[in-house]
Write a protein that binds this ligand. Structure first.
Ligand SMILES: [Zn+2]
Length: 316
């Protein structure tokens, strides 16, 4: 076996998995104001940005040949009914319009959820101390529609309510947006690795946790069932989230379903690597590329990653 490992020229000739910046999507956090670029403490190199700064960032993302961006919003104010999530002049809706105008050609994906917009930090309407599924579906459909109206290319529901893909598909189709694809966060686990994101998006639940709607990390078969249901409801692409602790499920999904599969290398995965790098325990470039290569090798076609920019630079 060592004959084919003897030089970089031979190794690259027989390499089975190649990374390409086109397959990366960079998550971005947009906040109100002007000239704001606030670094997220636990995620070095990532920022909360006002729209003017976001547009600059997106220009750079486009010039690096990265596949696209996914937007998360930090609204001016939050309330019980997540009105900022589906307002036509909401923070994400404004950001979409600005990027459309200033950075044409850049693919814009939007995260469709309510937790960044509710005063309690949960992903939907609270009834009797828990998130009410069907009321939340109406908010999600309205949000997805408002994103499509603003100019989003793809909507990506991340809430884990039952029936959300069908509800969103129906709302989009009824309003002339038949051509907008849905990337469903189909197998999203109640993971500890989302911790740093909650600082980034200011979306920590004020009480309880999200285990009554996000998946139990122990359940792989149930993940396949979630994916199957989302595809039946009309999802065009599906996602497994987080990525590295769930490579087995990316692999299994790749084997079973002939649709594009995305994986989200979440904030905690990024922060762990960056913390080790900052301590001098890991080499940044190699850790970054090895993690992205593993996710691709498992079967992901698309990777949502906070490493999109440095990885794209390195890959040329
Ligand atoms: Zn949420």
């Amino acid at each position: 076996m060592r004959r084919l490992r003897s030089s970089e020229a031979i190794r690259s000739l027989v390499r089975e998995t190649l990374l390409h910046p086109r397959r990366f999507i960079l998550p971005l956090f947009v906040c109100p104001g002007e000239g704001i670029r606030r670094e997220i403490g636990s995620m070095p190199g990532n920022y909360q940005m006002s729209i003017d700064e976001l547009v600059k960032e997106c220009t750079e993302v486009r010039s690096l040949g990265i596949g696209g961006v996914i937007l998360f919003g930090l609204p001016e104010s939050k309330d019980e009914i997540a009105s900022g999530a589906y307002a036509d002049d909401g923070i994400v809706q404004q950001a979409i319009r600005a990027i459309r105008r200033e950075v044409p050609g850049l693919l814009i994906v939007t995260d469709v959820c309510n937790c960044e917009y509710t005063s309690h930090g949960h992903c939907g309407y609270i009834k009797d101390g828990d998130v009410d599924n069907d009321t939340t579906l109406q908010w999600l459909a309205k949000s997805a529609l408002s994103h499509a109206r603003a100019g989003a290319d793809i909507v990506a529901p991340s809430d884990m309510m039952d029936g959300r893909v069908a509800a969103i598909r129906q709302a989009l189709d009824a309003n002339g947006f038949e051509r907008i694809p849905i990337l469903s966060y189909a197998a999203k686990f109640a993971s500890v690795f989302y911790g740093p994101f909650r600082e980034a998006a200011d979306s920590a639940p004020q009480f309880g946790d999200r285990r009554s709607y996000q998946m139990d990390p122990a359940n792989g078969r149930e993940a396949m069932r979630e994916i199957e249901l989302d595809l039946e409801e009309g999802a065009d692409m599906i996602m497994v989230k987080p990525a590295m602790p769930y490579l087995d499920l990316i692999c299994e999904a790749r084997r079973r379903f002939d649709v594009p599969i995305a994986a989200y290398q979440v904030s905690g995965e990024y922060s762990m690597i960056m913390a080790a790098v900052r301590n001098g325990w890991l080499d940044h470039d190699r850790a970054m590329l090895e993690s992205l290569t593993s996710i691709t090798r498992a079967g992901a076609t698309i990777i949502l990653t906070y490493f999109a920019k440095p990885a794209a630079r390195l890959l040329g």
